[in-house]
Ligand binder design. Structure first.
Ligand code: SD4
Length: 331
């Protein structure tokens, strides 16, 4: 029987946002309620702009909203910010001076939607969601994605801001395509969330590698590469050199590793180690590569790992919103 002490303990833990599992104590033959160390709601996102994005997602999660709505609202913050030069409006263009955007979204029922090489639309994540909810398909690209967006009422606008145009013109002087790991050159926002009802969703959106070849698509709009959600297990998203993430079907791998019993942290580490091994096998320099994963499981445990230092991610739960440095392989 639940005695008062247990009830008080339960109430206190419940108000702290923890989840419970009732079980019968073998030794004492009484029902007690023990925490299963579950934190929900919780939201994680890549890089330091994740703090602001998490805050927007938290508005929804803290009111018992759906993880899907939270991740869409969250990533729209950097998408709409002209000063964020690697996502949405303000993103750096490709080598032809065109801002082409990639995004995907996945919900707790494994509904998926994606757009790639989409131009002129400020919020590709919302177009990806429309693909998911309003078409029989899962991915639209280029001109077709733009036509669909316009038909859905999205506004066609110029996304190339002055600062990005200036950088591009500077780049044209040498036209050297040399992807640089971390920070200025490419920062994608990937966001994964667990809502108060225990459902997971994720979103990922980017302008991709700066000055990429026109038509180049990275991992970010590819379900299984830049994002994956399995509502029974967990969710993962990635940032960094998309080619390397695609090579290992990165986020699907992370989720499958969690299914096999690895913690989110260990699953991210194992996925990064695959990249390390394949890079070395192919005789390429690891120092030229950056990939970071973040992962969250069904209990609200999370983790992150990347190839080299410099990657951080933001976590928001009932205790607050914070930025964490990811641990990394190349010391
Ligand atoms: C891409 N993964 O297009 C993206 C870029 C990125 O941090 O994540 N930058 O390859």
């Amino acid at each position: 029987m639940t005695n008062r002490r247990n009830f008080l303990k339960t109430t206190a833990l419940a108000s702290a946002g923890l989840a419970f599992q009732a079980f019968k104590s073998e030794s004492r033959g009484e029902n007690i309620t023990a925490p299963i160390k579950s934190t929900k709601p919780i939201v994680l996102s890549t890089w330091n702009f994740g703090l602001q994005a998490n805050a927007a997602a938290w508005e929804i999660l803290s009111k018992n909203g759906r993880a899907l709505d939270a991740v869409e609202a969250g990533v729209k913050i950097p998408e709409g910010d002209p000063n964020e030069r690697s996502v949405g409006y303000g993103g750096r263009p490709d080598r032809d001076g065109r801002v082409t955007l990639d995004a995907c979204i996945m919900d707790e029922l494994s509904n998926i939607g994606s757009v790639a090489c989409l131009e002129h639309i400020k919020h590709p994540i919302s177009v990806a969601r429309a693909v998911m909810e309003k078409t029989p398909h899962v991915m639209l690209v280029g001109e077709g994605a733009l036509q669909f967006a316009i038909a859905q009422g999205f506004k066609k606008e110029n996304l190339l801001v002055e600062a990005s145009e200036k950088e591009w013109k500077e780049w044209l002087k040498t036209s050297q395509y040399k992807p640089i790991a971390n920070i200025e050159n490419h920062d994608t926002i990937g966001m994964i969330a667990l809502d108060a009802n225990g459902n997971l969703s994720g979103a990922c959106t980017t302008s991709g590698m700066a000055f990429k070849m026109h038509g180049r698509v990275g991992d970010s709009p590819l379900i299984g590469a830049g994002l994956y959600v399995d509502n029974e297990i967990g969710a993962a998203t990635a940032t960094g050199h998309g080619e390397e993430v695609i090579r290992i079907s990165g986020c699907h791998l992370v989720v499958e590793l969690m299914r096999q019993g690895l913690t989110p942290q260990k699953a991210c580490e194992e996925a990064v180690m695959r990249i390390v091994k394949l890079t070395q096998n192919r005789g390429k320099e690891l120092k030229d590569i950056q990939v970071g994963f973040i992962a969250l499981n069904k209990k609200g445990d999370y983790g992150s790992y990347c190839v080299q230092g410099g990657f951080n991610y933001a976590v928001h739960d009932a205790t607050g919103n914070r930025l964490l440095d990811a641990n990394y392989f190349l010391k």
